[in-house]
Design a protein around this ligand. Structure first.
Ligand code: MG
Length: 381
């Protein structure tokens, strides 16, 4: 099998919402197609990847470094037993890259990795989650995956009314845990939003809050004290994602679970978080984003570190990542999946009682959702 083309494009995801640290008006993401020379039903078997949203597109890095390396490689160099070997493709993409400095490069390589896994699973004619379950999971087959809804961003107009409507919409869609944004307004205003969310979720769903790393240590400490009696599922990114000392200080006394990791992008960063972040394996949550952290090849290294430090996989709750991350959560028995059911490109999951089942579509399963099919049409046609 030869990879004959890798096409990518930047997709605009403009939205008027904000979290505590950024607005989404100029947000972009990359879509990528890895075309093989294997023809089925008259069409080349093609691996697809779409960015996890939040760090903008990766087109420049892909075009200048990572795509040319893979296309220039001898197919023997990435051949596996049953098709392309994503581990070997990863090594080829990362040739001549120094260690450290993971920020944007890890997202570009994550797209190559995701497309390689989608291609590998399609060539084996099985869903990605099943391929991962067989090779790296417990091999027990399909299971229901806990799925939670991320919503409740800060709106420029009618903020609390729109937040309330979003909470009811998420419950109606079958979610039993919903997350809203916090930390981007004075505490009194955030408490109004949190109480409005709790009122509208009622007994049907738990509430988590995401502070997006915008608060300093004392501000975060005051915020956690203010919400301590609200019975929240977790408080996410209360401080800067790399301020492990502040995080550890909060974890010493926080009565609520803490969650972080979506802005760490490597196994090395994860190791530092677990060594120095003071987090508690029995309650806190690790949210490293699979696609933005070099993809599945690196995420398997991350899981090795997580488990070596005494953390169960169920405490891993990866950030975003749509159907791709959902497949990984299903195949590797992670704690669950974050989805954005009210976003511009919703994930195409059928949720009931807070869970979703992975399907039988080969690969990630983008083709089963017309919105993703439309997104990739000009890359695969
Ligand atoms: Mg977050």
């Amino acid at each position: 099998m030869r990879i004959v083309a890798i096409r990518e494009k930047t997709v605009a995801l403009s939205s008027g919402v904000r979290n505590a640290s950024i607005g989404f008006r100029g947000m972009t993401a990359s879509a990528l197609a890895m075309v093989s020379d294997v023809i089925r039903d008259g069409r080349p078997v093609t691996g697809l990847a779409f960015d996890s949203v939040g760090r903008y597109g990766h087109g420049g890095l892909l075009r200048e470094r990572f795509v040319p390396r893979v296309l220039a490689a001898d197919p023997e160099d990435y051949a596996g037993a049953r098709g392309p070997d994503p581990f070997r493709i990863w090594e080829i993409a990362m040739r001549d890259e120094k260690p450290g400095g993971h920020g944007e490069r890890s997202g570009a390589v994550g797209l190559i990795d995701a497309a390689a896994w989608d291609l590998a699973a399609k060539l084996e004619d099985k869903p990605l989650w099943r391929l991962l379950d067989e090779r790296f999971g417990d091999g027990a087959g399909e299971r229901r995956v806990p799925v939670y809804a991320s919503a409740g961003h800060y709106h420029e107009e009618n903020d609390v009314a729109r937040l309330a409507a979003e909470m009811r919409a998420c419950v109606d869609l079958g979610f039993r845990t919903v997350k809203i944004k916090a930390g981007g307004a004075p505490v009194a205003e955030d408490l109004r939003r949190i109480d409005a969310a709790l009122d509208n979720l009622g007994a049907e769903a738990a509430l988590a809050v995401d502070c997006n790393g915008a608060m300093g240590r004392s501000e975060a400490s005051a915020f956690i004290s203010a919400v301590a009696d609200r019975d929240l599922a977790w408080v996410e990114e209360p401080v800067d994602p790399l301020d492990f000392e502040a995080l550890g200080a909060l974890a010493e006394t926080a009565p609520l679970p803490l969650a972080t990791g979506e802005n760490l992008f490597s196994a090395a960063d994860t190791l530092n978080l677990l060594r120095y972040g003071g987090l508690r394996p029995d309650r806190d949550l690790l949210q490293m984003d699979i696609s933005l952290s070099y993809g599945i090849v690196e995420y398997l290294r991350i899981l090795d570190i997580v488990e070596a430090h005494g953390w169960p996989r169920r405490q891993c709750l990866p950030h975003a990542g749509h159907l791709f991350a959902f497949n990984v959560a299903a195949g590797l028995r992670l704690g669950g999946h974050e989805t954005a059911p009210l976003a511009a490109i919703p994930p195409g999951l059928e949720v009931s009682d807070g869970h979703a089942r992975p399907g039988d579509a080969p690969g990630v399963g983008f083709e089963r959702d017309p919105r993703f099919a439309a997104l990739f049409a000009d890359l695969t046609g």
